[in-house]
Ligand binder design. Structure first.
Ligand code: 13P
Length: 247
């Protein structure tokens, strides 16, 4: 039985003062939580996460990393640096990176490999745009995104990733995929993981306007193992309500 996992993606939000309040609010309200949870913070705040969260049940991680191990790559952050701050997770291939930084399926795959080699768990994001959904291409798009990653991994490595299905049209828009729409894509992704014998191990998260009022229904679907939460992860009460919706 896979454990549920709820991850907050803070995106480019926060400050030392705001983060301190948010993190203490989260840790104070976790009693009885049945799910694993983590926050993915902007890189400058990873040290703050480490000092606030070490010894608590909340893990932390980053939102991106370099595919390179080190050297002359101005502005980039390596997997080893994230590991140095005891990150457990790193998001790779978020649609905002794919759209605004032209990240290809192949680059995302290399980033996933870099994360795994440093002992981090990559949260690999896949998802279709509205135009792709309306053209009936959802299955093909997410399958190509996942295939590029699986092509670089052996079975043991594939079993160590976390996957996140985030329909681009549902991110930050208040439009959520219905539980049935999400489940259909999650089931397809689960079937695709069978080629690496990783279908039972890999947690597949849903992301895109997941909120306290829709989280329970989404996470009750057989192939939805948790959530990757944007806006609602910035309020301790909302993030906690989503974590507790897994009970
Ligand atoms: P929202 O929850 O704000 O829609 O963001 C989802 C997301 O992109 C998480 O990575």
């Amino acid at each position: 039985m896979r454990r549920k996992l709820v991850v907050g993606n803070w995106k480019m939000n926060g400050s030392r003062a705001v983060n301190a309040a948010l993190l203490s609010g989260i840790t104070a309200g976790l009693d009885g939580a049945a799910a694993d949870c983590a926050v993915c913070a902007p890189a400058p705040y990873l040290a703050q996460c480490e000092s606030a969260l070490a010894g608590t049940p909340v893990a932390w991680g980053a939102q991106d990393l370099s595919a390179h191990a080190g050297g002359a790559f101005t502005g980039e952050v390596s997997a080893a640096m994230l590991a140095d701050f005891a990150c457990k997770y790193v998001i790779v291939g978020h649609s905002e990176r794919r759209a605004y930084h032209a990240e290809s399926n192949e680059l995302v795959a290399k980033k996933a490999v870099a994360a795994l080699e440093a002992g981090l768990t990559p949260i690999v994001c896949v998802g279709e745009t509205l135009a792709e959904r309306e053209a009936g291409r959802t299955g093909a798009v997410v399958s190509a995104q996942l295939d590029a990653v699986l092509a670089l991994l052996d079975d043991a490595a594939a079993a160590r990733i976390v996957l996140a299905y985030e329909p681009v049209w549902a991110i930050g828009t208040g439009k959520t995929a219905t539980p049935e729409m999400a489940q259909e894509v999650h089931a397809q992704l689960r079937a695709q993981l069978k080629q690496k014998n990783a279908a039972d191990a890999v947690q597949i998260l849903y992301g895109g306007s997941m909120k306290p009022d829709n989280a329970k229904e989404l996470m009750a679907q057989p192939d939805i193992d948790g959530g990757l939460i944007g806006g609602a992860a910035l309020k301790a009460a909302d993030f906690l309500a989503i974590i507790h919706a897994t009970r």
